[in-house]
Design a protein around this ligand. Structure first.
Ligand SMILES: Cc1cc2nc3c(=O)[nH]c(=O)nc-3n(C[C@H](O)[C@H](O)[C@H](O)COP(=O)(O)OP(=O)(O)OC[C@H]3O[C@@H](n4cnc5c(N)ncnc54)[C@H](O)[C@@H]3O)c2cc1C
Length: 371
């Protein structure tokens, strides 16, 4: 089984390859901290609206959760539908089409599965076993699949084309809130700005105080080599079908058009500071446990060969809505995040909400996220 390189391993897609190593400008209208889906969507919309935008990322574009997701585009948020978060899938499709981003977005539907004791499952069960129980379909949600690498790269290109500047390896220091001038310090220089978008996901609490504070963690995923077509048919998950469990232990996944099975679940606890360098062996141990779980899921997977193994950061707000709004201590600082593993479509919509709030002073939906 191949091991990934680096602490997180490598997913089977690649985000923006072109380096952006110019230092950020000394002045801009809006500084966006974080070049994932949230930050890039905000940057494109802000630049399109005429703002001078600089995007600073501590690592590479898409190097956080966005380049490491499973590519399931889900409706709404992890706590369900919220005002302003309606029709996320439709908006994602419309926006990528308008920006000419080919990220292979396909409607797939998403099966909701629940663990049940053996013998209590209905005849139409999937014949999947997990955690000593069987997995049973209990619902169907709207959903889509996409190539996360191409989505991130496409948004980065779209932001650049609208005039935003992108700056990698520019780690931003904790933000000074409520001072006279809004200044951000980064490892590649200081930027004076009129507004800041904090789109740093699992690292956001290291930049601004957030209450309630989201919990940071890494989660892991695997992708098999193409399966024999009978194995894929037996599995009962014809591509591009997706699934997630509605109970614990959590498992999500999908089949791909080239016959692979992509699956994830399981957390590696890590503080924001530990995310990039998790405790030695912790990610591999969690990946090994996931591999055993996947091989035991179905007879057709018992010999599965995994061609990609990777981890990525999550920002978890269990039972609470994501953050979307102006920071209570400084309205010039806007925050979006805490999507709790449900952020592919939501992050794009949230980033665009923040852009409209800055450009047009449009009121943001109030989800009661801050406190
Ligand atoms: C393995 C995995 C699978 C997932 N699967 C799915 C899925 O199938 N469907 C779904 O809906 N969601 C999924 N998610 C969640 C989804 O990927 C995220 O919600 C979404 O990508 C968040 O985007 P973001 O732009 O807010 O954050 P990120 O993409 O994490 O971007 C934050 C950026 O901020 C940068 N940053 C952090 N600190 C600083 C600093 N001090 N200075 C400068 N830059 C900084 C980071 O380098 C990073 O690039 C998954 C997540 C993981 C990890």
């Amino acid at each position: 089984m191949p091991r990934g390189t680096g602490a997180w391993g490598v997913p089977p897609w690649r985000a923006e390859a072109r380096p952006h190593l110019e230092p950020p400008p000394a002045h801009c209208d809006v500084a966006v901290v974080g070049a994932g889906l949230t930050g890039l969507a905000a940057a494109r919309a802000l630049a399109e609206g005429g703002a001078r935008v600089a995007v600073l990322d501590a690592g590479r574009i898409g190097g956080g959760a966005s380049g490491h997701t499973g590519g399931l585009a889900l409706e709404g948020t992890h706590v369900g539908a919220l005002p302003g978060m309606e029709r996320c899938l439709e908006r994602l499709a419309a926006r990528t089409r308008a920006l000419g981003i080919d990220c292979s977005l396909e409607e797939s539907g998403c099966l909701e599965l629940a663990h049940r004791e053996p013998g209590t499952a209905p005849a139409k069960a999937l014949h999947w076993s997990d955690d000593g129980r069987v997995l049973v379909p209990v619902g169907e949600e709207p959903g889509g699949v996409l190539d996360p690498g191409r989505l991130v790269s496409g948004l980065a290109r779209a932001a650049r084309e609208a005039g935003a500047s992108l700056h990698e390896r520019a780690a931003v220091a904790p933000l000074p809130l409520a001072g006279d001038a809004l200044t951000i310090d980064s490892t590649r220089g200081r930027v004076r700005t009129s507004a800041v978008v904090v789109a740093a996901n699992a690292w956001a609490p290291a930049l601004v105080p957030l209450a309630p504070e989201p919990v940071a963690a890494l989660t892991v995923a695997l992708c098999t080599a193409p399966l024999a077509s009978e194995a894929l048919t037996d599995l009962g998950l014809p591509p591009p079908r997706t699934f997630y469990t509605v109970d614990l232990p959590y498992l999500w996944g999908r089949s791909t058009r080239d016959g692979r099975f992509l699956v994830g679940g399981g957390l590696v606890p890590a503080s924001s500071a530990e995310l990039r360098r998790p405790p030695a062996g912790a990610v591999d141990a969690r990946l090994d446990a996931l591999a055993r779980r996947v091989r035991a899921l179905h007879a057709g997977l018992s010999e599965a060969v995994f061609t990609a193994r990777w981890a990525g950061p999550l920002s978890l707000l269990r039972g609470r809505p994501p953050f979307l709004g102006r920071h209570p201590a400084d309205p010039r600082v806007l925050v979006a995040g805490g999507y709790t593993g449900h952020g592919v479509a939501a992050s794009l919509v949230a980033g665009e909400w923040l852009a409209r709030a800055i450009l047009d002073d449009e009121p943001l939906p109030d989800w009661g996220a801050f406190g």
